[in-house]
Design a protein around this ligand. Structure first.
Ligand code: CTP
Length: 404
């Protein structure tokens, strides 16, 4: 993933139990190719040591505005000028209250106040007890912080360190990372409503057996994340897969091709883009057994009577909204050979402006893929890369076509 590569973050920790998550966050940022300068409040040092944060960030930690290591003795100026963003995680209720009043009685608050507002965004990840979070004073403070131009991340819900249960937990490091990736992604699909089908379908033979395929859903889920990062409102209709729903994406889980067909037709009515990445079963068993089919030496081997499933993409592509250009349809093709030739033919038979072809057996279950884009102008190869990077490129291709 490239969004955070070579970005420089000042990671500010204010005092709260969620400081332990900041260690993991720091590590994850570095793993993504970012650099991190940690600044801690005195309170934060009660929860996690500067030694830990120094080891993880690979840089000495700053705590005091009187730090003599800076030759001009102005850590608050120097640190904030270098940053692509200041990320406060955790942001305690008290620290936010301080920010709002423009107070600057320690290095962290002083640095936030001294940052060039136009160039250095302030991103805050709130973390506190549910009563503190719900308190009108806190809500008022965060509303004002937003109005002052900060980017406030959501809070998580669930068990809290104090034993209570509710809203106010700091997001998990991977959720913060995802929010940062979205923050640094150009909003080329801003406000577009995108519907995506993903994963395999499962066609029952009886209550314990069925017909399915090797699709993992990873390409469709990566595409859902990429569209979301680019500002789209994404609905993901997924067959049975073992993948977490991407943050900010609305998911509809289905099992069979028939269910995927029904859900797609229901949701596509208010979509601007339809992307069919799902590996939909072409056939289903005519009448699936209600009881488990038993094997018996007296009975012949059961014969499956297969009937064809509806072609979801073809149906949507010939709907009036698709034909008028109000709805842009993208098909996928999973082939095992003759990729270009079959993809060109499939694009024509499905009636879609853009078809994305891949060699199924080469990519099923993997985090990488190679894609061949086919449209009326010809073909374009996207070389073997992570499904995340390919999705980001596909989103740019899509946005360029929507802008025409
Ligand atoms: N598709 C669909 N509904 C189906 C079958 C396929 O929406 N019943 C969509 C897929 O999501 C994909 C495209 O059609 O976007 C092509 O799917 P693929 O499985 O590659 O091809 P098929 O149409 O099934 O044709 P074949 O199996 O003969 O290659």
């Amino acid at each position: 993933m490239t969004q955070l590569k070579n970005k420089h973050f000042v990671l500010g920790l204010s005092g709260g139990i969620a400081c332990y998550k900041a260690a993991e966050l720091c590590r994850a940022l570095i793993k993504e190719g970012a650099s991190v300068q940690v600044v801690m409040s005195e309170g934060a040092t009660q929860f996690i040591t500067p030694v830990t944060m120094q080891a993880l960030s690979g840089r000495p930690v700053y705590i005091s505005q009187w730090d003599t290591r800076e030759s001009n003795n102005m850590a608050h100026i120097n640190l904030s000028r270098e940053a692509d963003a200041i990320l406060i995680a955790p942001a305690s209720a008290d620290f936010v209250a301080k920010l709002l009043h423009g107070r600057a009685d320690d290095l962290l608050s002083l640095m936030c106040l001294a940052r060039p507002i136009e160039q250095v965004p302030l991103i805050v990840a709130p973390a506190m007890n549910r009563e503190m979070w719900a308190n009108p004073a806190t809500q008022r403070n965060f509303a004002q912080l937003l109005a002052d131009g900060a980017h406030v991340l959501e809070v998580g819900a669930g068990d809290q360190a104090c034993g209570e249960v509710g809203d106010g937990r700091m997001l998990e490091p991977d959720q913060i990372l995802e929010a940062l990736r979205a923050y640094f992604t150009e909003k080329v699909l801003d406000g577009k409503r995108v519907l995506i089908t993903a994963g395999p379908t499962y066609e029952a033979i009886d209550p314990v057996r069925g017909i399915t395929n090797l699709s993992s859903g990873k390409m469709g889920f990566a595409l859902a994340r990429a569209c979301r990062r680019a500002g789209a409102l994404v609905t993901l209709i997924s067959g049975p897969v073992a993948l977490a729903t991407p943050d900010g994406v609305s998911r509809v889980s289905v099992i069979s091709a028939q269910q995927m067909y029904e859900q797609t037709l229901a949701h596509v009515l208010d979509s601007d883009v339809f992307i069919a990445t799902a590996a939909v079963a072409d056939w289903r068993v005519h009448s699936a057994g209600e009881q488990k089919i038993k094997k018996s030496i007296d009975q012949p081997v059961p014969q499956l009577n297969l009937v064809e499933n509806q072609d979801i993409l073809k149906t949507v592509a010939k709907s009036p909204r698709a034909l008028s250009g109000e709805l842009y349809c993208v098909g996928f093709a999973a082939e095992s050979e003759n990729l270009e030739q079959l993809a060109v033919a499939k694009r024509a038979s499905k009636g879609v402006p853009l078809l994305v072809a891949n060699v199924g057996p080469q990519t099923f279950g993997l985090d990488e893929n190679a894609l061949l884009l086919v449209d009326e102008a010809g073909t374009r190869q996207l070389a073997w890369a992570s499904k995340d990077d390919l999705s980001a490129e596909l989103v740019r291709e899509l946005a360029a076509r929507l802008a025409k």
